[in-house]
Design a protein around this ligand. Structure first.
Ligand SMILES: [Zn+2]
Ligand SMILES: [Zn+2]
Length: 281
């Protein structure tokens, strides 16, 4: 079954919170697009674009937004589950750590069952409710770059919206009412320009803090050869470069440019080299 059909089939089984957060993220992205295209761009670039504007603003921001959205799509469309994957006949099979009673299969090292996705995930890191998908062996790369570009996009939005508000928007006291119940106002589109600026600025500040802290946390885990569920074990710590390769692939140093760059992973998620502690005994 291809990833698209699997996504449609399993989305109905997801938790309610996942669907709400997914729709919320899509709605906010649409709101940012609309505001940028109809307010900020016409204000900042009323005349035909100069080469300077193109090089310093439009192209970098387009690059950031393109990578944010394409990595987000790649998280969803890249399947890390054991569905349709043949369990290999392997010399490492004695390393399999158990049996999943729900999926009815052996569980390789670092694999565990996700109750939301209802399937075992290879090298399971965590379940991401915003993308309604588990982050695991094959999509962890995209998740990390999504966080990086999300924080970059939010930071850029803070600069743009602050500049626009300072020069163009007069905020009345009555506009601040949006601070107390922003969600109903967003859903009903009952926002004037000042209120839209306030809402987008607040969500940008939350977004840049949340996604940059998460990026640092997850990158630290990757560098140490860990997934979220693992603490300080050194079982799969193969050294910094090998740890980066095991998540970003053999072209780990250029995968930040685009999710479309192919970068072969050194491990298949089933077979891992013997844990380091076994070598030391
Ligand atoms: Zn399972
Ligand atoms: Zn999951």
């Amino acid at each position: 079954m291809d990833n698209g059909r699997r996504f449609v089939k399993t989305v109905s089984k997801k938790h309610f919170l996942d669907v709400i957060l997914f729709l919320f993220l899509l709605g906010m992205i649409a709101m940012y697009f609309r505001f940028n295209i109809f307010h900020i761009l016409p204000y900042m670039y009323p005349k035909p674009l100069s080469v300077w504007c193109l090089v310093t603003h439009i192209l970098p921001f387009t690059f950031v937004v393109f990578n944010m959205l394409s990595n987000f799509c790649a998280i969803i469309c890249t399947d890390s589950s054991i569905f349709d994957r043949l369990l290999p006949i392997s010399t490492c099979i004695e390393n399999y750590i158990g049996f999943c009673d729900i999926c009815l299969c052996d569980i390789p090292p670092r694999c565990s069952h996700c109750d939301v996705c209802n399937v075992c995930i290879l090298t399971r890191d965590h379940h991401c409710p915003f993308s309604m998908t588990c982050v695991g062996h094959y999509n962890r790369r995209y998740f990390l770059w999504f966080l990086l570009y999300m924080s970059a996009a939010c930071f850029y939005e803070i600069v743009l919206i602050s500049y626009y508000m300072y020069n163009e928007v007069t905020i009345q006291m009555t506009d601040l009412i949006v601070l107390f119940w922003p969600i109903p106002k967003i859903i009903t589109f009952y926002l004037n320009t000042a209120q839209t600026c306030i809402v987008l600025l607040i969500f940008s500040i939350i977004g840049v803090i949340y996604s940059s802290l998460l990026f640092i946390f997850h990158l630290n885990k990757v560098c140490k050869g860990l997934v979220c569920r693992e603490k300080q074990e050194k079982n799969y710590d193969f050294g910094l470069v090998k740890n980066l390769e095991s998540v970003f692939g053999e072209k780990w140093y250029i995968t930040w440019i685009s999710p479309f760059i192919k970068s072969k992973l050194p491990y298949d998620g089933f077979n891992w080299p013997l844990p380091m502690f076994l070598y030391n005994h």
